[in-house]
Design a protein. Structure first.
Ligand code: ADP
Ligand code: ZN
Length: 818
């Protein structure tokens, strides 16, 4: 008898490949285990066994596997089922899901690039001779491909050797992001050690009876220290004590207090010990929790619709506690890595070392370790907090799924395939695992609210902020009037400048939101009107002042800013529009006494960059935080008195059926960062359209109004949630080819789906990285079978591919395009 296995490769192939194995291997192999296999001429891949059988392949001679890599399956049955659902629902191959789902450290292949791990000190003794040889080669060469290491060691089976080195932490994969910032020192304050004993302290307090300010400072210090094992920053102390810096300085000079420095990122938070119980809920929160439980009982996903700062996170804490008590695991999804920093601290304070974070900025090895913890289902990773890819972890006993900020677009992966929606995939995962799901938001997506209205989802509502704190007061500032009356300084209206001054005077912080990064999105010649564009994409280049560069935000192309216009040669280049960098620059001029920080893609590339900015802001070392959308998403700062939106118009005028929904969500969310705990916060929105309906709805917090209007429009113009959408994009280097191919494709679709086909159309940016794009939108009305529709599309694609001049055109599907 012959022995074969079906192997899934982590590449976009329509089919699995059959390999032959020895009877011995056949005896130990199970689906979900990895094997090292040859592929093509000289390639080495890590593949996944999907089944075992005895029938040789018909079209080709089965090759032998090099090696079995696992003793137990790496991927369980539940994961495979989820992968299959994702591949079929989102119209991609299983191999693409495999590649996305599994950490790179598990998928070594001939092209993988390996480097020495710079964080680990050399410990040559623990290495075998062969391992040491690889390390030495890496030292000389810097980077080596797996195929090169294979030659070097003269071994086909180099993967186990590399896995050992990965486990020992000696090597890493090159794509892993490096920690690229210099640790910053921060100042902290504590009572001088001589007063640590109770009698000494008593004597000190007695001696200070006639110095009430100093006594006050000591009491404040104790208060700050209470219930946390985090050191107290000097800055925090100055703010809270309500006393001037000079009093604290004097006490330091007298030796009562001591100031010291710590490296900021080395501060430890909440020890590994389990420390607390979730906070007692108020009445509204209790009611919401009861509704959530009720929906769980009915087996429905439930929408927790609570205004910003109503305590959704506190409600989750109770659900998590119950789930852990049942010995099960929690998946807690957030849309943005930035959010994990704050939430980790909150969760660790309650659940200690059971909390683990998973996201794409971790090294491949860290991710691989977490994978194994989750699979074992032990204590260590019982609560997984992560961005969208965390849903691929091999949960041993999933008991609860939380999707926080469920309305966020970043839950949908755009590129590459699988173009999945993490919220929807998480709902599917939960239903496969028999676990309940809660979706949380202050501004639910129209489709989720629609599902709740139709009774498909459960619904729980919280209308009030915790602790009787009022929602911020929102004021619209008319920019055209401000310009007419000459009240602008840079991009700041007088109203906004006053607002900032007032907040700063009151010792409160400010967040400013601008939807673009860089200094200015357009550079234009005043003489001839020429604007430098990207040579590879159809966009203008953004000016970055700090770098003195023009950069393309689509492909990364950049060059130094030229002194003269490249078209007419005059030195008359000027900028148009503005980004976060310019806002920060103007701030420095307008408020020289205030410290500011910027949070956008440019300032958050390093591994701990988010954490650093958030910590500085929390510790009030920064007065004003300027940022892009990153500042809108669920951050919880206690001391923000004012949120300013520099310009709301680009959000309003965005050409997309969701533009108004998104504008409402974004502005409501960023507004929600104001006055979360302290006195009522204030929001100023600068706009040329102060009478726009959406802005009114934002300023009155009228979610229902927004929903009703949007739903009406979606019904009129037939967009989700009334129909489903599949976006089909065709891509090729030649404009004419895309043009012709797209017309052909659209015509074929129309023969079947008639009026439900929109386009083809060039998107606003039609060329990216020298590839032209053209899009077709297909609407799928309720009642029309989704699987059948997809099959028809696939058949059209087959005929398309049969036409030789179309064969090189890439066809990309985006199911549930958002
Ligand atoms: P949301 O997630 O809805 O934005 P949070 O859960 O972050 O709201 O709550 C806002 C603030 O109020 C947080 O600082 C939180 O600790 C506090 N808070 C909310 N509910 C309670 C409660 N029941 N007991 C104590 N503090 C609470
Ligand atoms: Zn470009």
């Amino acid at each position: 008898m012959e022995y074969f296995i079906e192997v899934l490769l982590p590449i976009p192939l329509e089919r699995n490949f059959t390999y032959s194995v020895t009877p011995g291997q056949f005896g130990i192999l199970q689906p979900g285990m990895r094997v090292a296999i040859p592929f093509g001429k000289a390639k080495l891949y890590t593949g996944l066994v999907v089944s075992l059988h005895h029938s040789p392949p018909v079209a080709y001679e089965a090759r032998e596997v090099y090696q079995v890599l696992d003793e137990t399956p790496l991927v369980g049955e539940l994961q495979l089922r989820l992968w299959k659902w994702i591949a079929s629902y989102y119209m991609c191959t299983l191999g693409e899901v495999f590649r996305t789902a599994v950490p790179g450290a598990f998928l070594l292949e001939s092209e993988t690039r390996v480097v020495r791990n710079p964080d680990v000190a050399e410990d040559g003794d623990s290495l075998t001779e062969e391992e040491a040889l690889v390390m030495e080669a890496l030292e000389h060469q810097g980077v080596l491909k797996v195929s090169q290491i294979s030659e070097l060691t003269d071994r086909k089976n180099v993967l186990p050797l590399l896995h050992r080195l990965l486990r020992k932490g000696a090597i890493d994969l090159q794509e892993a992001l490096r920690e690229d910032y210099q640790p910053k020192k921060a100042r902290f304050v504590r009572l001088h050690p001589t007063y640590e004993s109770d009698p000494a302290l008593e004597r000190l307090l007695e001696s200070l009876t006639r110095a009430p300010k100093q006594t006050q400072v000591i009491l404040q210090l104790f208060q700050l220290q209470q219930g946390r094992d985090k050191p107290v920053r000097s800055r925090e102390m100055e703010d809270r004590a309500g006393t001037s810096r000079s009093v604290i300085r004097a006490m330091i000079d007298k030796g009562i207090l001591q100031e010291y420095e710590l490296q900021q990122d080395r501060i430890s938070y909440g020890g590994p010990a389990e420390t607390g119980e979730p906070a007692a809920l108020n009445e509204e929160q209790e009611e919401a929790l009861a509704s959530v439980r009720q929906a769980f009982g009915q087996g429905k996903p439930v929408l927790l619709h609570g205004v910003t700062s109503s305590g959704k996170t506190e409600v989750y804490h109770h659900l998590i506690r119950e789930c852990l008590d049942r010995g099960k695991q929690v998946l807690y999804l957030v849309p943005e890595i930035a959010l994990t920093a704050q939430l980790t601290h909150r969760l660790q304070a309650l659940f200690g070392a059971r909390v683990a974070v998973f996201h794409s900025r971790q090294s491949q090895q860290e991710r691989a370790e977490l994978w194994q913890h989750v699979q074992r289902g032990g204590e260590k990773a019982a609560v997984i907090l992560g961005a969208r890819s965390a849903l691929f972890l091999p949960f041993a006993r999933l008991g609860l799924v939380i999707v926080d900020e469920e309305h966020e677009n970043s839950y949908k992966q755009f590129d590459p395939a699988p173009r999945y929606h993490a919220r929807d995939a998480a709902i599917m995962l939960a239903s496969m695992a028999g676990a309940p799901v809660v979706l949380g938001s202050a501004t639910p997506s129209v489709e989720t609210y629609y599902n709740a209205q139709k009774g498909k989802f459960g619904y729980a509502r919280m209308q009030r902020r915790f602790g009787g704190v009022l929602l911020p007061e929102i004021e619209l500032v008319d920019l055209s009037q401000a310009y007419r009356k000459k009240q602008m300084k840079g991009h700041f209206s007088q109203r906004l400048r006053e607002g900032i001054s007032l907040a700063l005077q009151e010792g409160r912080q400010v967040i400013l939101f601008q939807n673009r990064r860089g200094y200015a999105p357009v550079v234009e010649c005043l003489s001839c009107g020429h604007s430098p564009g990207c040579p590879h994409c159809d966009v203008t280049l953004t000016f970055h002042q700090g770098l003195q560069q023009l950069r393309c935000h689509y492909c990364g192309y950049h060059r130094a800013l030229e002194a003269r216009c490249q078209a007419c040669g005059n030195a008359t280049l000027d900028t148009k529009g503005f980004g976060t960098e310019q806002v920060e620059e103007e701030l420095k001029e307008l408020f020289p006494g205030a410290t500011s920080a910027r949070m956008d893609l440019d300032t958050t590339r390093g591994k701990y960059a988010f954490e650093r900015i958030i910590e500085q802001f929390e510790a009030r070392e920064v007065d004003i935080l300027v940022g892009t959308q990153m500042v809108t998403k669920g951050l919880d700062f206690g001391n923000v008195g004012l949120v300013g939106i520099m310009n709301a118009d680009s959000l309003l005028n965005f050409p997309h059926f969701r533009a108004h929904e998104r504008c409402f969500q974004l502005l409501t969310q960023v507004a929600g960062r104001a006055g979360r705990t302290a006195p009522r916060g204030k929001v100023l929105i600068q706009t040329y359209n102060p009478h726009h309906q959406i802005l009114k709805q934002v300023s009155t917090g009228d979610y229902q109004g927004m929903f009703g209007e949007q739903l009406y429009e979606r019904e009129q113009f037939r967009y989700p949630p009334v129909v489903r959408l599949i976006k089909i994009t065709l891509r090729h280097r030649e404009w004419g080819r895309v043009e012709e191919g797209a017309s052909w494709f659209a015509k074929s679709l129309r023969m079947l789906f008639d009026r439900e086909v929109l386009g083809p159309e060039f998107p606003p940016v039609a060329r990216i990285r020298n590839q032209y794009h053209k899009q077709i939108l297909l609407k799928i009305p309720p009642g029309q079978s989704l699987p059948k529709t997809k099959n028809s599309i696939k058949r059209i694609e087959q005929s398309f591919d049969a036409i030789s001049r179309f064969r090189s055109i890439r066809v990309i599907y985006n199911v549930d395009y958002i």
